[in-house]
Design a protein around this ligand. Structure first.
Ligand SMILES: NC(=O)c1ccc[n+]([C@@H]2O[C@H](COP(=O)([O-])OP(=O)(O)OC[C@H]3O[C@@H](n4cnc5c(N)ncnc54)[C@H](O)[C@@H]3O)[C@@H](O)[C@H]2O)c1
Length: 357
């Protein structure tokens, strides 16, 4: 049995623990959450008790007692846990973003590369975006001309987000673009490939220094086409986090308003095809209310993939998305912030600069 330790027992630590519990109780993985640690011991205890786990008094105590670590602290604290776990050779599931800025993300990546790892860019596993990626890659609708992705959620220092660190640039690194839209950057990377440059405009309307609550970011591609991400934190507390993706190809427009199962709408001159993505069949083993099975599966599917890989390949296991995918997204985020600080000037991406050398 793989012993799982969760470090950081807030919102996403609880979500991962709930998803892992469903996998364990459904007999879908041979693993269990056995230890928790949080800088706030009451949080570690509150998460441990319902899972029959042991709250650890220190990070070292947790690392001594587990086989794999889920790093779920706020962003600035990822680095300490990742480096300590990697020094012991422990596999790591690290939440996104890796760190608040690019240099620290590269340090986190260097530690993660030493061990089996996976990054919490969970949209890479969403069936609706895999549909879109496959259709685009097939070329049946011609080249991609333009892509528009709108990502919005309410300012996440309230409501179901019972913490305030997302208003603190030293802990979060920035606002809606790094904290939420790093998912969008990674998912567009999976569909459209690497951009060659980035331009961005950002603004902060809610008074948190260094925390943009709006970002309009344009990714430029080698063939001259563009993709635009509009990323917004608003104050509509009744509105859940949502995304709308539109991909205009030469002979079809693909769109979805649901970032897990879609459906994906494919409009061509012969009509509109509606492609319904399927949740994994094994979610019928989940206990509890059926309405929670699919939201939980969004996190259970990537976790199961990582645990399956660990069970099969041990130290040679490879999770997906890995640090290279995460770093590519961080490079785009970093370039977007540099562009915004220069009035929206396009910034070439470092990999492209290197290729040009
Ligand atoms: N993949 C996703 O869909 C997703 C969703 C939400 C959050 N996240 C990411 O997960 C991370 C946590 O977000 P959250 O919403 O759970 O925040 P949160 O505030 O709810 O929880 C963070 C927890 O980390 C603890 N912590 C801080 N420093 C620590 C340290 N050094 N050691 C141990 N514990 C420490 C805090 O006490 C807190 O309990 C962030 O990086 C966030 O971007 C990812």
């Amino acid at each position: 049995m793989i012993r799982i330790g969760i470090v950081g027992c807030g919102h996403i630590g609880m979500v991962h623990a709930a998803a892992l519990e469903q996998l364990v109780n459904g007999g879908l993985v041979d693993a269990r959450v056995t230890a928790t640690f949080d800088a706030d011991p009451t949080r570690a205890a509150a998460l441990a008790v319902p899972h029959g786990a042991t709250p650890a008094a220190t990070l070292d105590a947790l690392l001594d007692a587990v086989d794999v670590v889920w790093v779920c602290t706020w962003t600035a604290a990822h680095i300490d846990t990742v480096e300590a776990a990697a020094d012991r050779g422990l596999p790591i599931f690290c939440e996104k973003p890796l760190a608040p800025d690019l240099p620290d993300s590269e340090r986190v990546a260097a530690a993660l590369r030493r061990v089996p790892h996976q990054v919490g860019l969970v949209l890479a596993h969403a069936p609706v975006f895999r549909f879109a990626a496959d259709l685009v890659a097939s070329g049946r609708y011609g080249r991609v001309l333009s892509t528009i992705l709108r990502d919005d959620q309410y300012f996440p220092i309230q409501g179901m987000y019972g913490s305030s660190w997302r208003g603190d640039v030293t802990k979060a690194g920035g606002g809606t673009f790094i904290e939420h839209s790093i998912h969008d950057v990674a998912l567009l990377g999976g569909i459209l490939g690497d951009p060659v440059d980035v331009s961005a405009r950002t603004s902060s309307q809610f008074g948190h220094a260094g925390i943009e609550d709006q970002a309009l970011v344009t990714l430029g591609y080698a063939d001259g086409t563009t993709a635009t991400i509009a990323s917004v934190w608003h104050q509509i507390l009744s509105r859940g986090s949502s995304r709308r993706l539109e991909i205009f190809c030469e002979k079809a427009m693909l769109w979805t308003e649901n970032d897990y199962l879609g459906p994906l709408h494919v409009e061509t001159e012969t009509g509109v095809e509606i492609l319904e993505a399927e949740a994994p069949p094994w979610i019928d083993r989940f206990a509890g209310l059926a309405e929670y099975a699919k939201p939980i599966a969004q996190y259970a599917e990537p976790s199961k993939a990582f645990l399956d890989s660990l069970a099969a390949d041990g130290p040679d296991a490879r999770g997906w998305p890995d640090v290279e995918a995460a770093l590519a997204a961080h490079q785009v985020v970093d370039a977007a912030y540099r562009s915004a600080s220069h009035g929206g000037t396009p910034i070439p991406l470092r990999s492209q600069e290197h290729r040009a050398e």
